[in-house]
Design a protein around this ligand. Sequence first.
Ligand SMILES: *Cc1c(COP(=O)(O)O)cnc(C)c1O
Length: 496
Amino acid sequence: MLYQSTGRNTEKIKASEAIIRGLSKDGGLFVPESFPNISGETLTQLISKSYSERSAYIMGLFLDEFSQDELGKFTGKAYNTKNFDTEKIAPLHAVNKNTFFLELWHGPTCAFKDMALQVMPYLLIESLRKNGDKHDVCVLVATSGDTGKAALEGFRDIPGIKIMVFYPKDGVSEIQKLQMTSQSGDNVFVTAVEGNFDDTQTGVKRIFSDSTVADALEKKGYLLSSANSINWGRLVPQIVYYVSAYCDLIDNGTIKLGEKINFCVPTGNFGNILAGYYAHKIGLPINKLICASNRNDVLTQFINTGAYDRNRTFYNTISPSMDILISSNLERLIFELSGKDGDSIASYMSALSDKGSYAVPEAVLDKIQSLFASGYCSEEDTKKAIADVWSKNGYLIDTHTAVAYKAINDYKEKTGDESVSIVVSTASPYKFCESVLEALGVSTEKSGVALMDILFDYTKVTIPAPLAVLKNTKPRFPGSIKQDEMKSAVLQFPGG
Ligand SMILES: *Cc1c(COP(=O)(O)O)cnc(C)c1O
């Protein structure tokens, strides 16, 4: 199977090249040229398989350059009880007979980014090998929180890889910061950058476009790479948990093979929900994909009207991983639904960067609305949703998952749709203790990691082990640098 750009370039490349390159030269994103299909028989066969086996099979449909044997080795190393605190890897939690939470936060960093970043490093290394590329890789990440830690854990101590993470000094929670600054591994480097996320991201982008950096690293045998969410190597592992959840619902007798279900996804960069769309595209019986937004509801507006407009106020919310006004992966969806018309996509994307907005034609909007619904959740309603699920079901959810819970309930009320619904749960509530405690009406003088114990005392919900250890951890990388020092940090790091 070959890959093509969503932009004007019509060149076709192999999956391994798409994974190495990340982004097409024309600025577009790589997408599969055609889609495989899973039959009912396949789904039936997957029911008795482990998550790791399901993953090797589904990824193999898209990465046919990789043998089942290779993929099985990678998924076995990624999805096991050393890295995840449950054998199911991505378990379902029922709150009533037709509503389930799909918990994607049982990995080493307690957020759903682990689902992709635990396996992606193996895909990257093997892609280089398949292309006869002898470089080592230096991965640079600018993070606003969850991605940095998940990338560090995924790439830690992998031979042939070095990873550097830059996070904004003013812009991550205390728990997120300690998660990163206490990182172990011999191939890692972490530093704060003075300023906000934009300053950090701009610094990293500048390094990527500076040929003197590339040349200097080339002399040491290194290639620069990124682990951000537009890389195909991060999307394909995410298709798996949609299929896996469906198999589990058949297995526990909730649905019959072929029955259509809904997924509601708390959305930021449109990566997670796009993987759900790809699962639908290969034949998973999905009725609706419900895109849930927080106060930055640019995607809700788009799905309702067909107009994407980032000229609006940016809000810092209590679901910070969804605080995004440019949802990078959306162009992959529009590409599929507009007949793979690279010219149109290129003109939408240049309108987005020139004037901050674009609109798709009615016909494309109709196609979007036939599969997608959308929902919005205010800050107040996010907290209400957490309190609600806790008091009704004794089940604790984080602020991002709460946005999706509100959206699915609104959707059900509005449409009367009784299909079995899965709310995609993206983080452990312990990552966002402060807001969760506030939602539950628990007041405290304490802050930072001490809040984990307060939340535990109130709920008796187990603190995930990777977060519990933070209480006794000293930062290993306490430093911060200025934006204009980032380049020399990169030049000094790998091989140095
Ligand atoms: C990254 C993230 C999201 C948003 O996912 P996208 O793929 O960007 O839509 C939602 N919740 C949490 C906890 C996240 O870390």
